[in-house]
Design a protein. Sequence first.
Length: 191
Amino acid sequence: MIKEEELRAYLSESGALLDGHFLLSSGLHSPNYVQCAQALKNPFWAGEMGAALAAMWHDAEPEVVLSPAMGGLIIGHEAARALGVNFLFTERENNEMVLRRGFALKPGQQVIIVEDVFTTGKSTLETAEVVKSYGAEVIGAMSVINRMGDKTLPFPAVSLVKMDLTTYKPEDCPLCRSGLPVVKPGSRKIK
Ligand code: ZN
Protein backbone atom coordinates (compact mmCIF):
# COMPACT_ATOMS: atom_id res chain seq x y z
CA MET A 1 0.00 0.00 0.00
CA ILE A 2 1.31 3.47 -0.84
CA LYS A 3 2.61 5.64 1.98
CA GLU A 4 1.58 9.29 2.32
CA GLU A 5 5.10 10.62 1.61
CA GLU A 6 5.32 8.53 -1.58
CA LEU A 7 1.96 9.88 -2.68
CA ARG A 8 2.97 13.49 -1.96
CA ALA A 9 6.15 13.00 -4.03
CA TYR A 10 4.13 11.49 -6.87
CA LEU A 11 1.60 14.35 -6.78
CA SER A 12 4.46 16.83 -7.27
CA GLU A 13 6.27 14.94 -10.01
CA SER A 14 3.06 14.12 -11.92
CA GLY A 15 2.25 17.83 -12.28
CA ALA A 16 -0.79 17.66 -10.00
CA LEU A 17 0.62 20.38 -7.75
CA LEU A 18 1.19 23.62 -9.63
CA ASP A 19 3.06 26.79 -8.64
CA GLY A 20 2.09 30.18 -10.08
CA HIS A 21 -0.76 32.64 -9.59
CA PHE A 22 -4.21 31.12 -9.68
CA LEU A 23 -7.81 32.32 -9.44
CA LEU A 24 -9.71 29.77 -7.35
CA SER A 25 -13.42 29.02 -7.74
CA SER A 26 -13.91 30.80 -4.39
CA GLY A 27 -12.67 34.04 -6.02
CA LEU A 28 -9.48 34.00 -3.92
CA HIS A 29 -5.98 34.00 -5.43
CA SER A 30 -3.35 31.38 -4.60
CA PRO A 31 0.30 30.66 -5.46
CA ASN A 32 -0.61 26.94 -5.66
CA TYR A 33 -3.16 24.83 -7.44
CA VAL A 34 -4.06 21.15 -7.40
CA GLN A 35 -4.88 19.56 -10.76
CA CYS A 36 -5.72 16.02 -9.66
CA ALA A 37 -6.31 14.79 -13.22
CA GLN A 38 -2.54 15.00 -13.69
CA ALA A 39 -2.08 12.47 -10.88
CA LEU A 40 -4.91 10.22 -12.08
CA LYS A 41 -3.66 10.00 -15.69
CA ASN A 42 -1.41 7.11 -14.63
CA PRO A 43 -3.61 3.99 -14.31
CA PHE A 44 -1.21 2.24 -11.91
CA TRP A 45 -1.25 5.20 -9.52
CA ALA A 46 -4.99 5.70 -9.93
CA GLY A 47 -5.46 2.06 -8.91
CA GLU A 48 -3.10 2.45 -5.94
CA MET A 49 -4.98 5.54 -4.74
CA GLY A 50 -8.35 3.80 -5.09
CA ALA A 51 -7.05 0.82 -3.11
CA ALA A 52 -5.58 3.10 -0.44
CA LEU A 53 -8.92 4.89 -0.02
CA ALA A 54 -10.80 1.59 0.23
CA ALA A 55 -8.30 0.40 2.88
CA MET A 56 -8.82 3.61 4.91
CA TRP A 57 -12.56 3.14 5.08
CA HIS A 58 -13.65 1.52 8.37
CA ASP A 59 -17.23 2.80 8.68
CA ALA A 60 -20.44 1.22 7.35
CA GLU A 61 -19.96 -1.08 4.36
CA PRO A 62 -20.76 0.71 1.09
CA GLU A 63 -23.03 -0.93 -1.47
CA VAL A 64 -22.24 1.50 -4.26
CA VAL A 65 -19.74 4.27 -5.05
CA LEU A 66 -21.13 7.50 -6.48
CA SER A 67 -18.92 10.27 -7.88
CA PRO A 68 -19.63 13.63 -9.47
CA ALA A 69 -18.29 13.85 -13.05
CA MET A 70 -15.75 14.79 -14.31
CA GLY A 71 -13.30 15.02 -11.41
CA GLY A 72 -14.55 11.98 -9.52
CA LEU A 73 -14.77 9.53 -12.43
CA ILE A 74 -11.37 7.88 -12.35
CA ILE A 75 -10.77 7.75 -8.61
CA GLY A 76 -14.39 6.71 -7.96
CA HIS A 77 -14.05 3.85 -10.41
CA GLU A 78 -10.80 2.68 -8.82
CA ALA A 79 -12.18 2.94 -5.29
CA ALA A 80 -15.24 0.94 -6.38
CA ARG A 81 -12.96 -1.71 -7.87
CA ALA A 82 -11.10 -2.01 -4.56
CA LEU A 83 -14.34 -2.06 -2.54
CA GLY A 84 -15.88 -4.63 -4.88
CA VAL A 85 -19.02 -2.59 -5.58
CA ASN A 86 -20.58 -0.84 -8.59
CA PHE A 87 -19.61 2.65 -9.64
CA LEU A 88 -22.18 5.28 -10.68
CA PHE A 89 -21.69 8.94 -11.43
CA THR A 90 -23.71 12.13 -11.36
CA GLU A 91 -23.45 14.83 -13.98
CA ARG A 92 -24.96 18.23 -14.56
CA GLU A 93 -28.12 18.73 -16.60
CA ASN A 94 -29.28 22.37 -16.82
CA ASN A 95 -26.74 23.05 -14.04
CA GLU A 96 -28.47 20.55 -11.73
CA MET A 97 -26.62 17.46 -10.46
CA VAL A 98 -28.53 14.33 -11.58
CA LEU A 99 -28.14 10.64 -12.39
CA ARG A 100 -28.47 9.97 -16.11
CA ARG A 101 -27.81 7.00 -18.44
CA GLY A 102 -30.34 4.77 -16.68
CA PHE A 103 -28.45 5.00 -13.36
CA ALA A 104 -30.61 4.85 -10.23
CA LEU A 105 -30.21 4.19 -6.51
CA LYS A 106 -32.45 1.95 -4.42
CA PRO A 107 -34.17 3.21 -1.25
CA GLY A 108 -31.94 2.47 1.75
CA GLN A 109 -28.89 1.71 -0.41
CA GLN A 110 -25.60 2.53 1.36
CA VAL A 111 -23.72 5.00 -0.81
CA ILE A 112 -20.19 6.35 -0.48
CA ILE A 113 -19.26 9.48 -2.43
CA VAL A 114 -15.76 9.54 -3.94
CA GLU A 115 -14.09 12.69 -5.29
CA ASP A 116 -10.66 13.74 -6.47
CA VAL A 117 -10.45 16.84 -4.27
CA PHE A 118 -12.62 18.22 -1.47
CA THR A 119 -12.39 21.98 -2.06
CA THR A 120 -15.50 23.82 -0.92
CA GLY A 121 -17.55 20.67 -0.27
CA LYS A 122 -20.23 21.98 -2.64
CA SER A 123 -20.09 19.16 -5.20
CA THR A 124 -20.01 16.54 -2.42
CA LEU A 125 -23.13 18.03 -0.82
CA GLU A 126 -24.90 18.30 -4.18
CA THR A 127 -24.08 14.64 -4.83
CA ALA A 128 -25.44 13.78 -1.36
CA GLU A 129 -28.71 15.52 -2.27
CA VAL A 130 -29.03 13.24 -5.32
CA VAL A 131 -28.56 10.20 -3.04
CA LYS A 132 -31.28 11.43 -0.66
CA SER A 133 -33.67 12.14 -3.55
CA TYR A 134 -33.71 8.36 -4.21
CA GLY A 135 -34.23 7.53 -0.53
CA ALA A 136 -30.71 6.05 -0.40
CA GLU A 137 -28.22 6.82 2.38
CA VAL A 138 -24.88 8.64 2.28
CA ILE A 139 -22.59 6.69 4.62
CA GLY A 140 -19.60 8.93 3.93
CA ALA A 141 -17.20 10.44 1.44
CA MET A 142 -13.60 9.93 0.35
CA SER A 143 -11.13 11.98 -1.69
CA VAL A 144 -7.53 11.85 -2.82
CA ILE A 145 -6.88 15.40 -1.57
CA ASN A 146 -8.60 17.42 1.14
CA ARG A 147 -8.05 21.16 0.89
CA MET A 148 -11.15 22.23 2.81
CA GLY A 149 -9.09 23.72 5.64
CA ASP A 150 -11.19 23.79 8.81
CA LYS A 151 -14.43 22.98 7.00
CA THR A 152 -15.91 19.50 7.47
CA LEU A 153 -18.60 17.45 5.74
CA PRO A 154 -21.78 16.38 7.58
CA PHE A 155 -20.86 12.67 7.34
CA PRO A 156 -17.71 10.55 7.90
CA ALA A 157 -14.97 11.48 5.41
CA VAL A 158 -11.42 10.34 4.68
CA SER A 159 -8.74 11.68 2.33
CA LEU A 160 -5.29 10.39 1.37
CA VAL A 161 -3.61 13.79 1.67
CA LYS A 162 -4.56 17.00 3.48
CA MET A 163 -3.22 20.21 1.99
CA ASP A 164 -3.39 23.69 3.40
CA LEU A 165 -3.04 26.05 0.49
CA THR A 166 -2.16 29.71 0.86
CA THR A 167 -4.92 32.02 -0.38
CA TYR A 168 -5.16 35.79 -0.75
CA LYS A 169 -8.05 38.17 -1.30
CA PRO A 170 -7.49 39.75 -4.74
CA GLU A 171 -7.01 43.20 -3.14
CA ASP A 172 -4.33 41.83 -0.77
CA CYS A 173 -2.59 39.54 -3.27
CA PRO A 174 1.20 40.04 -3.42
CA LEU A 175 1.30 38.15 -6.75
CA CYS A 176 -1.09 40.70 -8.29
CA ARG A 177 1.13 43.50 -6.94
CA SER A 178 4.19 41.84 -8.50
CA GLY A 179 2.43 41.95 -11.89
CA LEU A 180 2.28 38.19 -12.45
CA PRO A 181 -0.78 37.42 -14.62
CA VAL A 182 -3.51 35.52 -12.77
CA VAL A 183 -4.57 32.23 -14.34
CA LYS A 184 -7.91 30.50 -14.04
CA PRO A 185 -6.86 26.85 -13.76
CA GLY A 186 -7.95 24.62 -16.59
CA SER A 187 -8.46 27.53 -18.96
CA ARG A 188 -6.52 30.23 -20.73
CA LYS A 189 -5.12 33.24 -18.95
CA ILE A 190 -7.85 35.72 -18.10
CA LYS A 191 -5.73 38.83 -17.57
ZN1 ZN B 1 -3.45 37.72 -7.26
